[in-house]
Ligand binder design. Sequence first.
Ligand SMILES: Cc1cc2nc3c(=O)[nH]c(=O)nc-3n(C[C@H](O)[C@H](O)[C@H](O)COP(=O)(O)OP(=O)(O)OC[C@H]3O[C@@H](n4cnc5c(N)ncnc54)[C@H](O)[C@@H]3O)c2cc1C
Length: 433
Amino acid sequence: MKIVIIGGSFAGIHAAQLLNEACPKAEIYLIEKQNEIGFIPSSFHLLLTQQIIDKKQSHWITKERLEKTSRINVLTQKSAIGLVENEVLLDNGERLPFDQLIIATGSAQSFRRLEEPKAQYIYSVKSGTNFTELEAVLAKADKVAVVGAGQVGVELAEDLITLGKKVDLYESRNQILFRYLDEQMTEPILNEMTKSGIQLFLNEQVQVLADKNGAILESEKRKAYYDLVLLANHTRPDNSLWAETIKLNDDGTIWVNDYLQTSRKDVYAIGDAIQVTFRPTQEKMYVSLVNNAIRTAQVVSQTISGEPTKDIGTYRPVGNKWFGHFVGSVGLTESEHFFYTRKVRKINQEHRVSLTNNEKIYLQLLVDQETDQLIGAQLQSKSSVFRLLDLLTIAIEQQWTLQQLGAHELFFQPEYRTPETILTEMSGSSYEG
Ligand SMILES: Cc1cc2nc3c(=O)[nH]c(=O)nc-3n(C[C@H](O)[C@H](O)[C@H](O)COP(=O)(O)OP(=O)(O)OC[C@H]3O[C@@H](n4cnc5c(N)ncnc54)[C@H](O)[C@@H]3O)c2cc1C
């Protein structure tokens, strides 16, 4: 069996590795258009904060290591440009025949109304190909605009203000981090952001970007000039390449069935290229997360290796740290409760981190009013919340009730825990879903 995988990032590499194990007789090809595989998308942030110092560290795996540890044939600097029957067309004119094809071509940051195709002062950060030029422009820049106050934009704004730049952050919604957090959970970050000197423009959609001896940014409220504009707006897949041969959804993602098979026989699509089911509401949506890329790669690998498997979807767990605050979110948010068909109860709690550390963890839980099952959780603290986030993710996945969550036996040690549990302090309000 000949398996071809297009896209050498989280989804494509995981699929290749899993199939390498599960199908020992298969011939596996991984095609990547860049000269390296396994780019870490937040590498620019890691460079700015000196958590990595060499651009080589911006890849979590190399072509050499993958080829040494598996039978996978990695073809870099080769772009797939189309399909003819059971062959992938490559940009150098080669044709690669397949028995099974996996499209893992992901997503990119772009700005529709950017006037110049090759801008010198406007950059996206999801690909490492432009880092050298970007670093040179940043070194000379005084005033920088960041477009989008989601995870990427907030992270970059914090890095840039720490480096002493003047930073304007533009967000078309009325709050930061709207995809994962309810407004009240963003307040501590917002306060720190304001104190740091970042100017935040909420409800302000950037409409036009132009690149003329610097960057010109136009929103409906202002025209402003910057030494550099960084795009941190939501990524989108560009599947126009497949439009003639494979069915696409209205939002440009590749249409797939429950097994992640496309409209074409023996062709699958995974990761950021597709929509998945958001489990609390069963809605299909575009969810750009590494966990999603890895899960969908697992699903397709199982199916191709002879164990047909449906994708159950995602609860969308995310975690990060901004302005000294650890933050986590999983499952339904309060602002999404309209999409949930049943009544929802909200519970807000504060817990001390331990008996020797007075730092608090702020929790917001959403539970199904009728069944008492946990359907969403948000956490925020100056101490790490990530272990609790993992526990709450498992609780939501396993559809635990609050009673079941509270009944699980966890160790106690005064420096790391308090004897309080999620069940000891309850207060809340109800909503119609
Ligand atoms: C700045 C930034 C930071 C992020 N940080 C996080 C994070 O911390 N945690 C998290 O969960 N998510 C994060 N994300 C989201 C995450 O990057 C994506 O969900 C994830 O990369 C999707 O993986 P993928 O393999 O589906 O696609 P991608 O990572 O987009 O990779 C697709 C690959 O396909 C290649 N390709 C595309 N077209 C072709 C073609 N025609 N021929 C050959 N190769 C092709 C591309 O070059 C690329 O290597 C971040 C996103 C951004 C922009």
